[in-house]
Design a protein around this ligand. Structure first.
Ligand code: SF4
Length: 286
């Protein structure tokens, strides 16, 4: 198995009984992953082409995307990077420092991965130090629902030093992923002035109904998180069984908009290879 199963004890503790558990479906290997489907490819978002050097990408104006870590607490079976080789970037702080010194157009560094919070606190601190104070830092992570024990006082202290420069984006797909532990983390982050947002992927059999998504976004907000992105699945090889057809996806999103106040409706987006920004699905383009 090129992308072996990996499931944290915390995530597994939230499984419900039966094979249709929406959390199990996200992380348990399925034979369906071996089915080859037209249009589902190794690198659906064009990460490799956007690399300015190994693991550092410039896709969108003013933003630098950094694969800061090659590890995750979970291996999500639908991950759009599941087929890409993940290498740890050597001397990342020095490389970042050089790029940011030479390119003054960059206003935000996005730390992704893998999961950037799988790095230890010393490694994170070195990265933060390499980023000038006028540049925002965005962290995309699954750890509040997958590995809450990572949010130690040391990590929170590091975040506190960044204050409003830090934008925290938690990846959560189903209301059952949220619990008292995730709430404690989100509350601690908002208390120290950090903007906390969410991103979710629309997944067949997991959250493909307006009812479940309504509950998810309401619950996120009740824990202090503002819904930011709902992604249409990126077509990575071996993930076709998670795809919600676009017509159905649009219908779910329309119903979602009727169910929720505007500020709880995330932007429904699709990544288009080579595009200079994410495409909003409800726009006239699609
Ligand atoms: S990068 Fe994110 S979506 Fe992909 S396996 Fe890791 S935690 Fe899951």
């Amino acid at each position: 198995m090129p992308f072996p199963e990996k499931i944290s004890a915390c995530f597994a503790s939230k499984f419900s009984v039966g094979k249709n558990c929406p959390l199990k479906m996200q992380v348990k290997f399925s034979e369906k992953e071996n089915i080859k489907t037209n249009g589902f490819v190794r690198d659906p978002t064009g990460d490799k082409k956007a690399e300015i050097e190994s693991g550092i990408l410039q896709k969108y104006k003013g933003r630098l995307l950094v694969m800061a870590s090659n590890e995750c607490a979970l291996h999500c079976r639908f991950c759009f990077r599941k087929n890409l080789e993940k290498k740890k970037i050597q001397n990342l702080p020095a490389k970042l420092h050089k790029i940011l010194r030479e390119d003054k157009s960059i206003k935000e560094v996005i730390l992704s991965g893998g999961d950037p919070l799988m790095l230890d606190s010393d490694e994170l601190q070195a990265i933060f130090k390499a980023i000038p104070k006028n540049i925002r830092i965005r962290i995309h992570t699954r750890l509040p629902v997958a590995l809450p024990s990572r949010f130690t006082p040391t990590l929170l202290h590091l975040f506190k030093q960044l204050g409003q420069r830090l934008i925290f984006v938690a990846h959560v797909n189903h209301p059952n992923e949220l619990d008292k532990k995730s709430e404690k983390i989100f509350r601690a982050l908002t208390k120290i002035g950090i903007v906390v947002l969410s991103q979710s992927v629309l997944l067949k059999g997991v959250n493909d109904s307006a009812k479940i998504l309504t509950e998810l976004f309401e619950k996120l907000f009740s824990q202090g998180v503002l819904p930011y992105y709902l992604h249409q699945l990126d077509k990575a090889g071996g993930t076709a069984h998670f795809e919600v057809p676009m017509k159905q996806a649009k219908s779910i999103f329309r119903e979602l908009k009727e169910n929720l106040p505007g500020y709880l409706v995330p932007r429904f987006v699709k990544e288009v290879k080579g595009a200079r920004a994410k495409v909003w699905v409800n726009s006239k383009i699609l």
